[in-house]
Ligand binder design. Structure first.
Ligand code: 6GU
Length: 272
């Protein structure tokens, strides 16, 4: 996978060279290049922003430096044509913005399949909207938000997204099983984990985990997932597909006050 990031603060993205993603870069599983938007300006002051048409607070990012920067990361015309006949699609342009569609684990899986991702980090009040219109002729453009809160710029969001996507690229995470058994991969939160010592500062590891009964441990963990999700993220249970839920799981949900109705979990009204 090839990743390009355009930002006026390229040094913000330095930590991506460390840890998991840094190792994947070294191993040649993904290439990551960070570009300084100001390198694509032509004036003496390397200006990237200007006042908004129509008035209002703050500054807007000028379109031309963005077009120059985005053109510089596009593959040459000839290669683009060849890729199209091979049934390949255009690079994905991810535009981090609190006004974007919500970034999810499902989206991370989808983007991990892509050949080329480009991230355009906006600052100030945002990028001139025409850059997005112009980009749609060259990229698959996706405005994306991490959640319902406001960051000062896209850089921190890009760090989160590159980590979430990068670790799903085959070979980046050594143990593929750890990708399967994790929060959100099946629409539920992960079960709690414990390690030695079994007794620590008067807190005990749940006895079932010391029993050696793997069937019982699996059922207990599953129940823990249900309980945690019901308590912390009941919204996830509304989306949960319960059509093929085994009897034991239905039983566990019943204990938590949920019945299966038309393939969906429904909270029993009398349940606390
Ligand atoms: Cl992706 N960008 C910015 N600037 N703010 C955000 C965000 C993204 N997601 C939540 N808040």
């Amino acid at each position: 996978m090839r990743i390009d990031v355009v930002s006026i603060f390229p040094e913000y993205l330095e930590p991506l060279k460390l840890s998991l993603i840094g190792k994947a870069r070294q191993d040649g599983l993904l290439s990551l290049d960070v570009h300084d938007l100001r390198d694509f300006t032509t004036d003496r002051h390397r200006t990237v922003d200007d006042t908004p048409y129509g008035g209002g607070a703050g500054m807007v990012m000028k379109p031309e430096p963005w077009a120059q920067a985005l053109e510089s990361v596009l593959p040459p015309e000839a290669e683009r044509g060849a890729a199209e006949t091979a049934g390949d699609s255009r690079p994905v342009l991810i535009v981090p913005s609190p006004a974007g569609a919500r970034f999810t684990q499902a989206m991370a899986y989808e983007l991990a399949e892509e050949e080329h991702l480009v991230f355009a980090c906006g600052r100030y009040e945002g990028i001139d909207e025409r850059v997005l219109d112009w980009s749609r002729e060259r990229f698959d453009v996706r405005p994306v938000s991490l959640g319902d809160y406001v960051l000062n710029g896209g850089e921190v969001a890009v760090m989160a997204m590159v980590e979430a996507i990068g670790r799903l690229v085959p070979g980046v995470v050594g143990n593929a099983e750890s990708l399967i058994e994790e929060s959100h991969s099946d629409g539920l939160l992960e079960y709690p984990v414990y390690t030695k010592p079994s007794s620590w500062r008067e807190h005990e590891v749940p006895e079932v985990l010391l029993s050696g009964n793997h069937g019982k441990i699996a059922r207990w963990r599953r129940h823990q997932q249900f309980e945690r999700t019901a308590e912390r993220r009941p919204d996830l249970l509304e989306e949960f597909d319960a059509t093929a839920l085994p009897g034991a799981d239905r039983e566990a949900f019943a204990q938590l006050g949920y019945d299966v109705v038309d393939g969906r979990l429904r909270r029993r009204p009398e349940a606390g």
